[in-house]
Design a protein around this ligand. Structure first.
Ligand SMILES: Nc1ncnc2c1ncn2[C@@H]1O[C@H](COP(=O)(O)OP(=O)(O)O)[C@@H](O)[C@H]1O
Ligand SMILES: [Mg+2]
Length: 276
């Protein structure tokens, strides 16, 4: 990141409200955050804090109630709904907790699907799908249907499918939420490799401190805003507002989570020199 670099995502004063049974629920408020090209970001926070809502807005699946989101400098919600759909298809890859693969198709067909829908040449689509499945370590599972794959393998197929159209941003909402720890770690390793090989920007929501500490840019959803997971973390400079750099999480559960991450880092000998 350099001073002059245009952020891939620049969220400014974002607010998101829902009307629920006649009363207003404010989930995100005054949220400012910048993500630079090639960043690997982890978002944590208690259940109901607004993590999924934020990812939906970042992926333009939902629009903010107020505020602006610039994508590579463009005010993206100024686009028509058709323009937004095209933008999403071209630029964003989604991976969810439950993979949403099509059960009656093979791994290969599932990954090719975005190409077939986009009327890409079949052979070309197949070649790309094989390449992606090889990248996620599934070259021996091309003809398996989802029901014939383990949970972790299914999730790797979902990652390959999300990358089919060469998105610039990969959004993953608890992608390892229903996997055992070892398989979850494998998915994170895959995301990291893809980030390093292709430069795709990755934003992940997870509850797992061991997985969180493998991502360098770490934020918490706290009272509708994003704050550092570790107050003063220099890796967040230029990404969150200066006045929030030393902000501590309000919630006791959050504090425990942050402590768990710090312990894990110390144990693994990967402690970042925070504040150094
Ligand atoms: N479409 C909706 N209508 C009303 N309330 C919603 C809607 N989507 C989410 N919420 C509420 O917004 C809050 C944040 O939800 P969510 O973003 O899913 O949290 P998280 O992913 O952090 O667990 C929750 O209280 C949830 O009930
Ligand atoms: Mg959620």
């Amino acid at each position: 990141m350099t001073e002059s670099e245009t952020p891939l995502l620049d969220l400014q004063g974002l607010k998101k409200e829902f009307m629920h049974r006649g009363s207003k629920l404010t989930v995100l408020k005054n949220l400012d955050f910048r993500v630079f090209k090639g960043d690997r970001v982890v978002i944590m926070g208690p259940s109901g804090a607004g993590k999924s809502t934020l990812l939906q807005v970042m992926g333009t699946l939902d629009s903010p109630s107020e505020g602006t989101m610039l994508f590579d400098g463009e005010d993206i919600f100024e686009r028509s709904s058709k323009g937004l759909a095209r933008f999403r298809n071209d630029q964003i890859g989604f991976v969810f907790q439950f993979h949403h693969l099509l059960p009656e198709f093979t791994a290969l067909e599932n990954v090719m699907m975005p190409g077939l829908i986009g009327r890409m040449d079949r052979q070309q689509a197949e070649d790309r799908a094989v390449k992606l499945l090889t990248q996620v370590g599934l070259e021996d599972r091309l003809q398996h249907q989802p029901g014939e794959l383990s949970g972790g393998e299914q999730q790797r197929v979902a990652v390959a499918r999300a990358l089919f159209r060469k998105p610039r941003l990969l959004l993953a909402d608890e992608p390892t939420g229903n996997l055992d720890p070892k398989t979850g770690a494998g998915i994170h390793a895959t995301l990291r490799e893809l980030n390093e090989e292709t430069g795709v920007t990755v934003i992940v929501v997870t509850h797992d401190p061991r997985l969180a500490q493998t991502l360098p840019i770490r934020v918490l959803v706290d009272q509708g805003r994003l704050i550092p997971q570790q107050p003063g973390d220099p890796r967040l400079e230029g990404r969150i507002p200066a006045e929030l750099m030393d902000c501590e999480p309000q919630d006791a559960g959050q504090k425990r989570l942050v402590e768990a991450i710090a312990r894990q880092e110390a144990q693994d000998g990967t402690t970042a020199e925070v504040g150094a």
